[in-house]
Design a protein around this ligand. Structure first.
Ligand code: SAH
Length: 347
C-alpha cells in the first residue's frame, strides 16, 4: 500500500529533520512518485488535462506518424513503446490508427504508478509494463512516444546568490517545508551564456533516460517522439511549478498531493541523443507538427461523421494548435536511428 498523505509528508519531514535539507531533485522525485502512485491526476476532476485527453485526433495523428515512419523505414516488426502513458488514451488512439495502416505492434509501457497501470490495462489489455526503460525489448526497432513525461522528471536548480551559485535545497523549519540554499558553490559548472541569469535548471534524470533510449534506437533501429512544454536552451529561469485542481500552487506546499513539473530543455535532450550517435531533428512546435500531420483533414472527417460535434471538434483543434493555447508552448523532438527516414512533420 502506498503511504497516505500524512504518512508521506511525515516521512519527508523526518528525512529532512534527521539528515538536513535535501536537493530539489530528490524532493521532486519523492513527491511525484507518491503523487502518481496514489491517484489518477488527469481530467476535469483531477489536477491537469493533457493533449490526448482533449481529443482523439492527437493520438491518431501520432499513430499515423509512427506507422508512416516504420513503413518507410521498411521495419514492420516494431514495438510501440510509451513513457508515462497516463490513462492509456494516447496509446489506444495511436494503435487504432496504426492498425488501419496495417501495423499491430506489441505494446510496452514504462509506468511506475500502480493506479495508472491499472487504467492502462483497461484500454490496452495485452500491454507489457516496465518500471524503467532498461527492460524494454532488445530484439526489434522501438518506436517510443513520450507526451508530458519528461516534464515530470526531477530537475536540479542552481541559484545565483551573494555566496556564488548554490544548489536549491528543500528544508524543514519545524512547521513547514521551504526552499533553501546548499553550502557548496557550483560556479564552475554554470555555462558562460547563463551567468547573467538568476536560476539555472538541468534535468540529469531526463538526460539519462534519453541517452539510454537513443543508444537503444541506434543499436536496434527506431525512433523517439517527445512532446512537452518547454524551450530550446540554454535559457536561465525558474520553471518549477505545482498544479492542484487546474490551478498553480506553491511547489513546497502539500508534498505528494500536487503535480510538480518543470519546462523541458529540448536542446539538452537533443544533445543527449546526438551524444549516443542518434539523429535529432530540428525541434518543431506542437501546432506545426499536428498541422503538418493533417489535423485539418482529420477534424473535417470527424465533423462529417458526427455533425452535431463540429464545434467541439473545432475547439479541440484550436486548443491543441493555436499559438495562444498549447500550439507554441508545447514542442516536439524527434530522434531516429541513423539511416532511418526523416519523420513526418520534421525537416
Ligand atoms: N502521457 C500521458 C500522461 C502524462 S502525466 C498523457 O499525455 O495524458 C505523466 C505520466 O508519467 C504518468 O503516467 C506518470 O505516472 C508517469 N511517470 C511520472 N514519473 C515517472 C517515472 N519516473 N517513471 C515512469 N513513469 C513516470
Amino acid at each position: 500500500m502506498p503511504a497516505s498523505p500524512e504518512d508521506f509528508s511525515g516521512r519527508l519531514r523526518r528525512l529532512i529533520a534527521g539528515g538536513g535539507a535535501i536537493p530539489l531533485a530528490q524532493y521532486m522525485a519523492l513527491a511525484n512518485a507518491h503523487y502518481y502512485a496514489t491517484r489518477d491526476p488527469l481530467g476535469a476532476a483531477g489536477d491537469f488535462t493533457t493533449a490526448p485527453e482533449i481529443s482523439q485526433m492527437f493520438g491518431e495523428l501520432i499513430g499515423l506518424w509512427a506507422a508512416d515512419l516504420a513503413l518507410r523505414a521498411g521495419a514492420e516488426d516494431i514495438a510501440y513503446v510509451e513513457l508515462g502513458p497516463g490513462r492509456g488514451t494516447l496509446a489506444a488512439d495511436a494503435l487504432r490508427a496504426m492498425v488501419k495502416a496495417g501495423l499491430a505492434p506489441p505494446v510496452h509501457l514504462v509506468e511506475t504508478s500502480p493506479v495508472l497501470r491499472e487504467a492502462q490495462l483497461q484500454r490496452l489489455p495485452g500491454a507489457t509494463h516496465h518500471d524503467d526503460v532498461g527492460t524494454l525489448p532488445t530484439d526489434r526497432p522501438l518506436i517510443i512516444i513520450a507526451n508530458e513525461f519528461f516534464d515530470a522528471l526531477p530537475i536540479r536548480q542552481l541559484l545565483r546568490s551573494d555566496g556564488g551559485w548554490r544548489e536549491r535545497m528543500v528544508d524543514w523549519d519545524g512547521s513547514r517545508l521551504l526552499p533553501s540554499l546548499g553550502e557548496q558553490r557550483f560556479d564552475a559548472v554554470i555555462p558562460e551564456a547563463l551567468r547573467g541569469g538568476e536560476v539555472v535548471e538541468t534535468s540529469p534524470a531526463s538526460v539519462a533516460v534519453l541517452r539510454e533510449l537513443a543508444a537503444r534506437v541506434v543499436a536496434q533501429g527506431g525512433a523517439l517522439l517527445a512532446i512537452d512544454y518547454g524551450y530550446e536552451g540554454p535559457l536561465a529561469g525558474d520553471t518549477l511549478q505545482a498544479l492542484h485542481r487546474h490551478r498553480f500552487a506553491d511547489p513546497f506546499d502539500a508534498p505528494g498531493e500536487q503535480d510538480l513539473t518543470a519546462h523541458v530543455d529540448f536542446t539538452a535532450l537533443a544533445d543527449a541523443a546526438r551524444a549516443e550517435g542518434a539523429i535529432a531533428r530540428k525541434v518543431v512546435t506542437q501546432g506545426a507538427l499536428l498541422e503538418a500531420l493533417g489535423i485539418a483533414a482529420r477534424a473535417a472527417a470527424l465533423a462529417r461523421a458526427a455533425p452535431g460535434r463540429q464545434s467541439e471538434i473545432e475547439t479541440a483543434w484550436r486548443r491543441l494548435c493555436a499559438p495562444d493555447e498549447m500550439g507554441t508552448l508545447f514542442k516536439a523532438l524527434a530522434v531516429t536511428a541513423p539511416g532511418w527516414p526523416t519523420p513526418g512533420g520534421f525537416a
